[in-house]
Ligand binder design. Structure first.
Ligand code: UDP
Ligand code: MG
Length: 291
């Protein structure tokens, strides 16, 4: 069971207690791998206190905030199990659903159970708008529908091994889990309310994640540039013929901006290649408590 945690000092102990209780009540045996994603509050101390005396809680601490995606993958890489469950620490992924997810996995002999949100829970307007725009763009670019998908996932060790083999610098967990294939079934759940504070994702952080996901899962924007270029050539020719050269200045301005935009798009991918060839680690572990 992997839980990424970032700046949840105030609530993490209570939330963990609740998760532990729920799971114990459902009679599920489990090991935790909790990853502190470089929190700047007292999360790490709270985690250590919560884990004291408990044999099944392992902790990993990042040297700084590397992001939820890196934290999830680090968790998978640092634990060996028959089954893996990814869960948020804020109880928005209800632990009471785990039993049913396990049953669904066993009865259907599935490799992956995808948690799908029935409603999106309480979210800010900008969050919702972001998610909607991103899913639409993502679907257009990759053909994969992530609507209402979540990181609340249960999968077996075959999937875990496949995920560990994906070495890209900016992993997007949901995309990678989809790309990996395997047999899967959806599990529909209602997102509980977050009891404390708001989302730990700032709009900038979300935008970076969305941008990264699009860039690493589709090269379509690059092809689009080419088609746009062809279209413009045809338009320019028509303009030239139609106006006998009069619209030349306008069309030059038009093409100039198009060239700059295209260069920008190519630049995004170039930057990606640059990040990939550096082969830096995706995260740095500064402390580890394993039992
Ligand atoms: N989280 C993380 N690193 C980050 C941001 C969030 O590990 O940079 C964790 C956070 O502590 C929580 C989970 O990811 O356990 C989901 O975060 P949050 O509830 O803030 O996101 P949302 O509910 O808006 O998806
Ligand atoms: Mg949340």
């Amino acid at each position: 069971m992997i839980i990424p945690v970032f700046n949840e000092g105030k609530v993490i102990r209570r939330n963990l207690g609740e998760i532990l209780n729920e799971l114990a009540e459902s009679g599920i045996k489990f090991n935790f791998m909790i990853v502190d994603d470089g929190s700047s509050d007292n999360t790490w101390d709270e985690l250590k206190a919560a884990a004291e005396g408990l044999k099944n809680i392992n902790l990993l601490r990042f040297s700084r905030n590397f992001g939820k995606e890196a934290a999830i993958l680090a968790g998978i890489e640092h634990i060996t199990a028959e089954r893996y469950l990814i869960m948020d620490s804020d109880l928005q992924h209800p632990p009471r659903c785990v039993r049913a997810m396990l049953t669904l996995m066993e009865s259907g002999h599935e490799n992956i159970i995808d948690g799908i949100k029935i409603t999106r829970g309480k979210e800010s307007g900008i969050h919702r708008l972001y998610a909607k725009t991103f899913y639409r763009l993502y679907k257009a670019a990759t053909g994969i529908n992530l609507d209402n998908s979540s990181d609340f996932k249960l999968f077996d060790r075959h999937v875990a091994e496949a995920l560990c083999g994906m070495r890209e610098a900016y992993p997007f967990f949901r995309g990678l889990a989809g790309w990996a294939g395997f047999t899967r079934a959806p599990y529909y759940f209602t997102v509980d309310e977050r009891l404390e504070g708001g989302s730990r994702f700032t709009p900038i952080k979300l935008m970076r994640l969305a941008f990264g996901a699009l860039l690493s899962f589709s090269a379509k924007p690059l092809y689009l540039i080419f088609y746009a270029g062809v279209l413009m050539l045809v338009l320019a020719a028509a303009l030239l013929i139609g106006t006998r050269g009069m619209a030349l200045e306008i069309s030059v301005l038009f093409t100039d901006s198009a060239i700059l935009i295209s260069l920008g798009v190519i630049g995004f991918y170039l930057a990606r290649i640059y990040e990939e060839v550096k082969k830096r680690p995706r995260y740095i572990v500064s402390e580890r408590i394993e039992k």
